[in-house]
Design a protein around this ligand. Structure first.
Ligand code: AMP
Ligand code: ZN
Length: 113
């Protein structure tokens, strides 16, 4: 079975896409853990951040620029927000297509669970 996030990027699987460009897609998480919970993915399939190559350096910077844009557009930039990227099972990663979570709109706790 093909990767679900590749399928979302290719629009073969429905998702609430809020942003798209040549390199990335952002969509709201199906099981939100905060008032704002959006995922940003590279269109290119990369399983985890451990699989990043030197040639992906521009791409990874771009994902952060997209995160900042979404945080500003959703009005959480000044209040504060959290970016999370899980890597491998013990972190809680369940979908092995690298993605950046943006959480905001409520007070975040620390240390994280
Ligand atoms: P992670 O645990 O870091 O791998 O995060 C995977 C995230 O993807 C979880 O927060 C899920 O709720 C979310 N998710 C799974 N399937 C979908 C989907 N079809 N559309 C949107 N979000 C999804
Ligand atoms: Zn994929």
């Amino acid at each position: 079975m093909e990767c679900i996030f590749c399928r979302i990027a290719q629009r073969k699987q429905l998702a609430k896409i809020i942003y798209e460009d040549d390199l990335s897609v952002a969509f709201d998480d199906i099981n939100p853990q905060a008032p704002v919970h959006t995922l940003i993915i590279p269109k290119k399939h990369i399983s985890t951040n451990l699989d990043l190559r030197e040639e992906d350096n521009v791409l990874i910077g771009h994902l952060f620029q997209v995160a900042n844009k979404i945080a500003r557009d959703k009005g959480i930039a000044e209040r504060g927000f959290r970016l999370v990227m899980n890597c491998n099972p013990e972190s809680g990663q369940t979908i092995f297509h690298m993605h950046l979570h943006i959480f905001g709109g409520r007070r975040m706790h620390w240390p994280p669970g």
